[in-house]
Design a binder for this molecule. Structure first.
Ligand code: AMP
Ligand code: ZN
Ligand code: FE
Ligand code: FE
Length: 285
């Protein structure tokens, strides 16, 4: 039994709707999946329902944009209550800022005489958490760039002329936000950040796990983070970070996390929920 715990849908910058994603998961023979859209939990209900229909275990999730010591980090929240009021308020804020950022990127493009409209991007994105991939797709669709790669290289990559920094919460705040929504907080793809020095501080802030297996982690990288997980007593997770078809063939199922890690993740979430319930009980006389 294997799982893929890092997947995106069209509720952020993935191309599949939840039902399509789940049907791919079914074909890949996955026993469990988690949906981790950027700054969104909206797709979770539909994904959960689709999973029930094909007998796949579903784990709710999100991927929050955070920073620590000036480094952008992504924090995965798992098994969280997707109706948690504070989580939904913070997510709504992330989404408003993402929409403002699209307008700012488009204004910069217009300044460069690239005639794209923000409405174009919003229509194409059709979601509350739009990002740079949607701007890139709109540029290609309008014939203003020949490929997504060109759009990123010319305009959207960090420090290119239409790049706009993204709102990030501190890693400690992201971890706390996930915890108060009864979730488990996991550092996403540390091998892509290459900022291991932030890990001890995050462990102190309550980090529960580390994504050792990722489509862009080599075997050596995965082993390195397995060692760190062991040293800091962290949960081990893994996922493909599939965004659908916009980046070649779908990555879903290319990372196959042994199911024992899903069990440990669920046990940790259950422990957190039980502790929260206990602390909410009136003190006995
Ligand atoms: P954003 O959240 O708006 O900053 O966009 C980040 C997304 O853009 C991530 O899903 C990345 O996979 C994607 N991305 C970043 N750089 C590139 C690139 N050079 N080519 C294609 N996609 C990219
Ligand atoms: Zn993404
Ligand atoms: Fe990420
Ligand atoms: Fe991701």
């Amino acid at each position: 039994m294997v799982a893929d715990l890092h997947l995106h849908t069209s509720f952020s910058d993935g191309t599949y709707v939840p039902e399509e994603l789940v049907s791919h998961a079914h074909r890949c023979g996955l026993a469990a999946i988690a949906l981790t859209d950027h700054d969104s939990v909206e797709g979770c209900v539909r994904a959960a329902l689709a999973c029930v229909a094909v007998g796949i275990e579903f784990i709710s999730g999100t991927e929050l944009t955070a920073e620590q010591e000036g480094n952008e980090l992504h924090i995965l929240g798992y098994c969280l209550d997707t109706q948690n009021p504070r989580l939904l308020t913070e997510i709504a804020h992330f989404q408003t800022v993402r929409q403002d950022r699209i307008r700012e990127m488009v204004a910069r493009l217009n300044h460069l005489k690239v005639p794209l409209s923000a409405e174009n991007v919003f229509a194409l994105a059709n979601c509350r958490a739009p990002g740079r991939p949607h701007v890139a797709r709109a540029l290609v669709q309008a014939g203003l760039c020949s490929s997504l790669d060109e759009a990123f290289k010319r305009f959207l990559k960090k420090n290119r002329p239409a790049w706009v920094p993204k709102f990030k919460m501190s890693a400690a705040d992201a971890i706390e936000l996930i915890h108060q929504a009864s979730g488990v907080a996991v550092l996403a793809h540390p091998g892509l950040n290459q900022t291991d020095q932030v890990i001890p501080g995050m462990v102190e802030a309550g980090l529960d796990g580390i994504e050792c297996f990722h489509a862009k982690h080599s075997t050596a990288t995965a082993e390195h983070y397995l060692e760190l997980a062991d040293r800091f007593h962290l949960l081990v997770t893994g996922g493909s970070d599939c965004h659908g078809l916009n980046k070649g063939k779908p990555l879903i199922g290319t990372v196959r996390l042994p199911y024992q890690h899903v069990e440990q993740l669920k046990a940790s979430a259950a422990e957190r929920k039980a502790a929260a319930t206990l602390s909410a009980l009136p003190t006995p006389h």
